[in-house]
Design a binder for this molecule. Structure first.
Ligand SMILES: [Zn+2]
Length: 90
């Protein structure tokens, strides 16, 4: 991983989650699961085997502040579902 390029892209490029959702070929990720509101995908540069990133499909800058309480709870339930699945595999 080229940290300098990554930092530059993160600061000046599009949101990588939105780019992934839009099918931008510059932001490929292996999607492992999704529902109507959330997506789970493998980290391109995992620090641990099976590291999965989870995100809401709506763009948010701050996941706690930008989601209302009900949406945040649904996200946590999605994280739980993914966590149990990853744990079953590993
Ligand atoms: Zn976004």
């Amino acid at each position: 991983m080229d940290l300098e390029t990554y930092a530059e892209r993160a600061q000046s490029g599009p949101c990588f989650v939105c780019a992934l959702l839009a099918g931008n070929p510059d932001y490929p990720h292996e999607v492992v699961f999704e529902d109507a509101e959330h997506i789970a995908f493998l980290d391109r540069w995992p620090t641990l085997p099976g590291k999965v990133l989870v995100a809401p499909k709506v763009h948010v800058e701050h996941v706690v502040r930008d989601l209302d309480e009900a949406a945040y709870i649904r996200l946590l339930l999605f994280v739980r579902q993914i966590t149990l699945a990853v744990e079953a595999v590993f």
